[in-house]
Every structure is written in C-alpha cells, then in structure tokens.
Design a protein around this ligand. Structure first.
Ligand SMILES: O=C(O)[C@H](O)COP(=O)(O)O
Length: 345
C-alpha cells in the first residue's frame, strides 16, 4: 500500500476532478498534482480549523496515496505560496481601507461621531463604485465598525466583487447568536467571507458636537477652533475623543486582531470612518501628529496597502476596472486577477 503523503494545505479547494490530476481552487488557482507512479488516487480531506473563524472554515488538504506525488500550485496563491521553482515562501497580503459612503448626516453637514446613521443614496452609489474599484483584489476577511454606515458600505462594495463570495456578518454577541447563525454546508461556508464588526473601529466620539451643524459650530466658536477639534491629534472636542484617544482603541484593535491575519496571508478589507481610519493610516504611514492634521479621507474611496514581510506599502486608490490602467500592483495581485478572468470569463 503506497504511503499516504500529507501535503500542505493549498486553500479551499472547490472541487477535485476525479481524473486525479488537477483541482480548481478559487482562492489559489489550479492546483495540479503529478503522479510519478501508478495507483495515484487523490482524496480531498476537509479539515476543520481556522484560527480566526468560529464558523469552522475548513482548510482543505490534498492527501495523495501514491509512492510519490508532487502537489504544486500553478498559479501562485494570492497571499502565500511555495513556488515549485524557487521554494520561496512569500507572505504578501492586500489591505483595503474604505471610509463609508456619504451618510445622511454628512449630507446635512452635522457632526456624526458615534451616532448610528445610514447612508444616503449618494453614499450607496459611492459604496458600489468603491466595490468596482476593488473587484479584482482578493478579500478573505472584512472588518467593519459597529455602525451601519460602515457595514452598508462593506456589503454594497462586495456586491461588485468578481469572486462573488458572500460576506456574512459573524454574530458572537452571545453564545446563542453564534449557535443560531452557523452554516451547516461546508461548500456554502467556503463561498462566504466572514465579516467581523468591532466597536473599536467606530468613528471618533464627537462628544457635545454630535448632532450640531458644522458650519453653525464654526460660526459660533470660530473656524480655527472647529478645525482644531476636527483635525488635531491630541485636542478633543468638548467631552469627546481626540484622535489620539480614538487611535488608542482603533490602532490597538488593528495591531491585535487584524495585523496577525495579514501576517498569516489573509487579504483584508476594513470599512470604517474618517477619523478611525485616519488614526490607522497614521500608524501605517508612520505620520507625525503634525502630518496627520492635513490627512483627509473622502467618503467611499478605497485605499490599497500591500502588507509584506511586516511592512505596509501604500499603493493608492485602485482605479475602476473600466479605467485604462496597467494592473501591476504586485505579481500575486496580477495573478489573482488573471485567475478571476480564467474562472469567470
Ligand atoms: O463624524 C463625523 O461627523 C464625520 O464622519 C467625520 O467628521 P469630520 O470630517 O468632521 O471629522
């Protein structure tokens, strides 16, 4: 009986064609295995596991019962791969940041902070447009704040993603919520993207300015004072959070929960807010408290970072697929896009 050789997990295998020589992995492209002897049989074992997801996201492992067999990944994995030629492991991952689309209080020019208001029609359109711009970039997990304008933005953006996986909000607010939101089909589960909502990513709390009109407030207290409340690093609005205080929760959450996912090769999207994202970008770009004053984020414009070997490289805002552009952020992202073309066109 030929020894059974356990190979590295190659991602979430959609199906393994019985001819035993190739499998289509939507996350990792075509996985081909070459037998060098007869009696080659491939069993695809679905192992439960996955540190980040309580929904038992499976990781598939190909077990080949043959005297010898080689499993290699023809199209490099979008996040981590051992290429058969160089055996060089890379741990590149994409990080997409999106400030929510225009909200109903943005439209009324009111200070919003942690008040939970929805998007306007324009904000919905912005979110869909953002989705078109990231439609070719891999997303394995989504983090949003606990506020509906960020969650709406994430869900609407993902309606445009070419991979067509379904974002599903993880409910763990109680044991029952977790139990009642389980998915009992492994195939269906593999076609989902877990969405984690975290209050730590909420907009900075604007204290006694929440609900006030920005222009009226500037008329009352002076535009310089309002600009200082809105954009300085360590000066809070009355009984509100300074950017520094917001960073203490948002950046702490990012480094504790999100950065390890990136380091494990997971491609991440964060949908959050003007100031909670300013605090995270300040960390990513190593901005000083002076430099961050001039940092402004438009609603609904995605920003791409590449995480590689512990470093964040800002790559700007992905253009819409219709815009003529050379799509060459990285080799892996180009290969992921090619795989989408192969799979869906
Ligand atoms: O909370 C708000 O009012 C907005 O989301 C951000 O407001 P700001 O641009 O005035 O900080």
């Amino acid at each position: 009986m030929a020894a059974t050789t356990l190979y590295q997990s190659v991602g979430t295998l959609q199906s393994c064609r019985n001819n035993g020589n190739s499998g289509l992995c939507p996350d990792y492209g075509h996985v081909s295995f070459r037998s060098v002897s007869k009696g080659f049989k491939v069993d695809v074992g679905l192992l439960r596991g996955g540190s980040f997801c309580s929904r038992k996201r499976s990781t598939c492992v190909i077990q080949a019962s043959a005297s010898q067999a080689t499993v290699f990944d023809e199209a490099s994995a979008p996040s981590s791969a051992t290429t058969s030629d160089s055996n060089k492991k890379t741990s590149e991952a994409a990080l997409i940041l999106i400030r929510h689309g225009e909200s109903m209080w943005n439209e009324k020019n009111l200070f919003t902070g942690c008040v939970d208001v929805p998007l306007t029609t324009k904000g919905v359109e912005e979110a869909v447009e953002a989705g078109k711009r990231i439609s070719n970039i891999p997303v394995d997990m989504i983090y949003t704040s606990a506020l509906i304008r960020a969650q709406m933005t994430a869900m609407l953006a993902m309606t445009q993603h070419r991979r067509k996986k379904v974002p599903t909000i993880i409910h763990e607010e109680s044991e029952q919520a977790g139990a009642w939101s389980q998915i009992f089909s492994e195939d269906t589960n593999m076609q989902c993207i877990p969405v984690v909502t975290a209050w730590q990513l909420n907009e900075r709390m604007y204290g006694e300015l929440q609900g006030l009109n920005k222009q009226e407030t500037a008329d009352k207290y002076g535009s310089e004072q309002v600009h200082e409340w809105r954009r300085s690093y360590d000066i809070p609005p009355p009984n509100g959070e300074s950017l520094e205080m917001c960073a203490e929760r948002a950046v702490a959450y990012f480094t504790e929960h999100i950065e390890p996912q990136l380091a494990s090769g997971k491609n991440i999207m964060i949908a959050a807010h003007g100031n909670s994202l300013r605090s995270i970008i300040m960390y990513l770009d190593k901005l000083t408290s002076q430099e961050v004053i001039s940092l402004e984020l438009a609603t609904g414009i995605p920003m791409l970072y590449i995480f590689n070997k512990g470093k964040f490289i800002r790559r700007g805002s992905p253009p819409a697929p219709t815009e003529a552009t050379v799509y060459a952020y990285t080799k892996k992202l180009a290969q992921y896009r090619q795989k989408l073309d192969d799979m869906f066109e």
